[in-house]
Design a binder for this molecule. Structure first.
Ligand SMILES: *Cc1c(COP(=O)(O)O)cnc(C)c1O
Length: 464
């Protein structure tokens, strides 16, 4: 493929970018020194940069391009919708066909009695909505003291004031005075990093029981909800031990705590079912959705509420909404995305064919001297880098040093794999083929080899 030449030279684009464009989660000086990689186009699971390099996108953008890049149908639907009705709001007793159709389709796809959709522009906004919903729910039920939302350390629920407060990222809380009031965190079910000598299943139970302890400590009458990702994504693809979720469900049921499943990553096929809560047998009262809902082709998110929660919220005017709640173009594109995921059997293929294939190959990386453990569920996986597999040791170098080296080797080998501390993570498009999985694994292995050589040369193989 020839490079596109109708833009400025890469160095000039990088200079202008660093001068005027502020990037999310980026150190400004570092960006100026290194320059950002300029992505110019994409097709399937492949990105092309401004130098004409072809890069295998192991992260589906930011966990969102479930359908892969370059689907004409989505572009067509967007263009048609823009011509017909580019915008209208859903406030004040008005509606439009794309919002109606998408909400009805989501009610069909969502499990149980999750039948009511409140649209937002993103996952963060949807979680802000959820904070309002669960507090309003209990106020309407005559229990206004039930306000506290319990979340988990190292969770990710977005970057707005509400979303970042629900999240358990200490680096985010440190900036801007977070968390906001009445949000508290328990420990995460992360056995590799925090399980010590305990058996994983016992550890999972103990971590789940922290929820019960926290409810008892705060008083049942003060707790509104518990929020969690079925599988922690940005925290490093942390899959809880099997004992964890049944115990969480038992506790939420026993104390009548609303359970919010943040399905922003797990939803829309990533774990091999439409929703992560189906894979893990969780019965939420509310689900947060975004990302794969539109495969990232349009910004859209939302909350799907149970019959009971919606009935209570709809008892009075809910003083909340976004200009772009149920944006017609975003809804039309999301609906088309869901149609294709369904009609092409993509979710089933992840569950029955490409998911198991990727699992076998991914777990095969465990024979590499740097890899302590491989975790994978559907199309989201992580490997832990360690200097000593038996003791599950961390590196002596500051956390993330080795992960960053590995990520840079991946980048140099034209593979996008992200690092979270010293874990390497993947979340490819659901349409990735067996051949492309082979390429992903080859490039990952090569990058691990190069990382190992580099650590050896630099004396970084020491345990903490
Ligand atoms: C990405 C993410 C969010 C935030 O979504 P945005 O669209 O970036 O606001 C919320 N929850 C989870 C689990 C996510 O991965």
């Amino acid at each position: 493929m020839t490079a596109i030449t109708n833009h400025l030279p890469t160095a000039e684009l990088q200079r202008l970018d660093a001068a005027h464009h502020m990037h999310p989660f980026t150190h400004g000086q570092e960006l100026r020194d290194k320059g950002a990689r300029v992505i110019t186009r994409a097709k399937g699971v492949w990105l092309t940069d401004s130098e004409g390099e072809e890069i295998l996108d192991g992260m589906a953008g930011l966990w969102c391009v479930n359908l892969g890049y370059g689907r004409e149908e989505l572009a067509e639907v967007a263009a048609r919708q823009m011509r017909e009705l580019p915008f209208y709001n859903t406030f004040f007793q008005t509606t439009h066909v794309p919002a109606i159709a998408l909400a009805a389709r989501l009610a069909e796809l969502a499990p149980g009695d999750l039948n009511h959709v409140f649209f937002a522009g993103s996952g963060s906004e949807a979680n802000d909505t959820n904070i309002r919903i669960v507090r309003q729910y209990w106020a309407e039920k005559g229990k206004p003291s039930k306000k506290v939302i319990i979340s988990r350390q190292n969770a990710y629920h977005g970057s707005t004031m509400g979303g970042a407060s629900l999240g358990g990222m200490s680096g985010m809380h440190a900036q801007g005075g977070l968390p906001i009031a009445d949000i508290t965190h328990i420990d995460q079910p992360h056995w590799w990093a925090e399980g010590g000598d305990s058996d994983p299943q016992e550890f999972g139970l103990a971590r789940a029981r922290q929820l019960e302890e926290k409810i008892l400590e705060l008083g049942e009458d003060n707790v509104a909800a518990f929020i969690a990702e079925p599988v922690q994504g940005a925290g490093g693809v942390v899959i809880a031990p099997d004992s964890y979720w049944p115990e969480i469900q038992r506790i939420c049921d026993k104390y009548e705590i609303l359970l919010i499943a943040d399905e922003v990553i797990c939803g829309f096929g990533r774990t091999g079912n439409w929703f992560g809560c189906q894979t893990l047998n969780i019965r939420p009262d509310i689900m947060t959705i975004a990302k794969g809902l539109s495969s990232g082709y349009q910004p859209i998110g939302g909350s799907i509420l149970s019959d009971e929660v919606a009935r209570v919220i709809e008892g009075h005017e809910f003083n909340h909404g976004y200009t772009y709640s149920g944006h017609p173009v975003a809804c039309a594109v999301a609906l088309e995305n869901l149609r294709i995921l369904d009609e092409e059997g993509i979710v089933t293929r992840v569950r029955e064919e490409t998911g198991p294939y990727l699992k076998e190959k991914w777990e095969g990386l465990c024979d590499h001297p740097l890899v302590g453990e491989a975790n994978i569920i559907g199309m989201m996986g992580s490997i832990v880098l360690t200097p000593d597999k038996d003791s599950r040791a961390a590196f002596a170098a500051p956390e993330g040093t080795v992960g960053l080296i590995c990520r840079e080797r991946c980048f140099a080998n034209n593979l996008v794999m992200r690092h979270v501390g010293d874990r390497m993570i993947i979340s490819p498009s659901l349409v990735i083929s067996r051949d492309e999985i082979d390429t992903l694994i080859e490039r990952a292995r090569l990058s691990l080899d190069e990382t190992y050589d580099r650590l050896k040369a630099d004396g970084l193989l020491q345990s903490a």
